[in-house]
Design a protein. Structure first.
Length: 336
């Protein structure tokens, strides 16, 4: 893999994966499966904020050009990350609570009709996922479609594929229509199609898909999960977040497979991570020869329908399937 810093050739390097990551600076030209090119300011951002940097953010993806094997680029990107002491302590604290309460044996995820903020805070304190029903944006979810999204937000940039490729809602909806509105099949949980994968929610959309509880300032910037995804593999691979997530479903249905935090040793999580921690074990195509402890893991599944809001306390491992394609969700992470 070749890494190039525009205007600063002496800062570039070669990265190779064997049993470990090896980095060097060869003096002669070499063939590379992947090339990553970005600015000096992006390189400085990565080194300065490795505990919090998000590769999907406009500051990073919006200034990066990628050629070749995307999976190798992601592997190098994750190798650069380190969790903060707060994140490690957070996961450890949640794991102790889940073990004490016996969540590994399974939990019942309640559906509550427009509960109070106090009820939400109680569930968050108990670290129990819940689904809230009876909430609707204005207009309601039934009124939202690809065409309406294009009509309302046509010039809004919904995500960036690279520094030179900023995709507007109008263009993205056209791509979805051209692909048969996303009726696709995937061969791997890493094989994403036309999907925003948690890009930042455009400001133009916040009025209709804002927070349903608490204040906007109580959450980090919201994310958009929108587009065409395979329905036979996870749209989002197995991982966990150190913040409590609020996931509002707008178009289509999703299924979430949840694993309690005290099962970390069974799921083989990455050692290099920051704001969220992915797992080497993939439940959709389990390799028990490589990951034998995963045989003992127990899963709780829940289905999320349009107009429903999932509150998922910090530390729960989860993978997400889109049961319908196209799909649209908006997520918010509680700051505290």
């Amino acid at each position: 893999m070749r890494v190039v810093v525009d205007g600063y050739p002496h800062l570039g390097f070669r990265a190779r994966f064997f049993d470990d990551l090896r980095v060097d600076r060869p003096q002669e030209y070499y063939e590379a499966d992947t090339e990553i090119r970005f600015s000096l300011s992006t390189l400085e951002l990565i080194f300065r904020e490795f505990e919090v940097v998000d590769w999907r953010s406009p500051e990073v993806i919006g200034s990066t050009e990628l050629k070749g094997d995307q999976s190798l680029a992601f592997l190098l990107a994750f190798s650069c990350l380190r969790p903060s002491d707060w994140t490690r302590e957070r996961f450890a604290k949640v794991a102790r609570k889940h073990k004490q309460k016996g969540y590994r044996d399974g939990v019942v995820i309640q559906r509550l009709e427009t509960p109070s903020q106090y009820q939400l805070l109680e569930a968050m304190e108990e670290s129990l996922p819940i689904i809230i029903t009876g909430l609707e944006p204005t207009p309601p979810c039934d009124d939202w479609s690809l065409d309406r999204l294009e009509q309302e937000y046509g010039e809004a940039v919904v995500f960036m594929r690279s520094a030179s490729d900023h995709v507007t809602m109008k263009r993205f909806v056209a791509e979805l229509h051209n692909s048969g509105e996303g009726q696709v099949k995937g061969g791997s949980s890493l094989e994403f199609k036309s999907y925003t994968e948690g890009s930042r929610l455009p400001d133009e959309m916040a009025g209709n898909f804002g927070t349903m509880y608490f204040e906007n300032e109580d959450f980090v910037p919201p994310q958009l999960w929108f587009g065409a995804v395979a329905t036979d593999v996870p749209a989002t691979p197995l991982h966990r977040d150190p913040l409590t997530g609020f996931l509002f479903q707008v178009i289509g249905r999703k299924r979430l497979d949840l694993y309690s935090a005290d099962q970390a040793e069974l799921l083989y999580p990455y050692k290099s991570y920051n704001t969220y921690q992915k797992c080497w074990f993939q439940p959709d195509k389990p390799d028990f020869d490589k990951y034998p402890e995963a045989k003992a893991a127990t899963c709780t599944s829940v289905e999320l329908h349009p107009g429903e809001l999932l509150i998922q306390p910090a530390g729960w491992f989860h993978q997400v399937y889109a049961l319908d394609s196209p799909t649209m969700s908006v997520s918010y992470f509680w700051r505290y």
